[in-house]
Design a protein around this ligand. Structure first.
Ligand code: ZN
Length: 131
């Protein structure tokens, strides 16, 4: 999923993706790198579920869709800590998909009961093992 700046005919970059406080909506902000034009996407609860199930597919990578209850349950849990090595690896992911990748890996860690995101957890999340 991408937005194109019509004026520049250029793919816009993902600036921010954040859940609203109630968790029912999601705001996703895209920016055109050439003309700085911004668009924001605000989703309703059904669309929020859709975007979450798309997950990192926004960046071209795919992840299996997840049931709503599971997403709800994991959204509220505290974020796990990242080891230095795992964080360094995350920094190599293209910037525009990084928030989505981080979110997906943290969700995976929480589902596995991991309090720390290590390279092993990243590998697992990527291969989809245990999901
Ligand atoms: Zn533009």
């Amino acid at each position: 999923m991408k937005f194109l700046c019509v004026a520049c005919d250029e793919a816009m970059k993902l600036v921010e993706a954040a859940d609203t406080p109630h968790g029912d909506s999601l705001t996703v902000i895209f920016r055109c790198a050439r003309c700085e034009h911004r668009v924001a996407l605000l989703t309703n609860p059904q669309e929020t579920q859709l975007v979450h199930s798309l997950g990192v597919a926004i960046g071209g990578r795919t992840t299996p869709p997840q049931p709503l209850a599971r997403v709800r349950a994991t959204l509220n849990a505290a974020s796990p800590l990242w080891t230095e090595e795992a964080e360094r690896r995350l920094q190599r992911v293209p910037e525009f998909v990084r928030p989505m990748v981080r979110d997906n890996i943290e969700r995976h860690a929480r589902e596995r009961g991991c309090r720390e995101v290590t390279c092993e957890v990243m590998d697992e999340a990527r291969s989809g093992m245990g999901m």
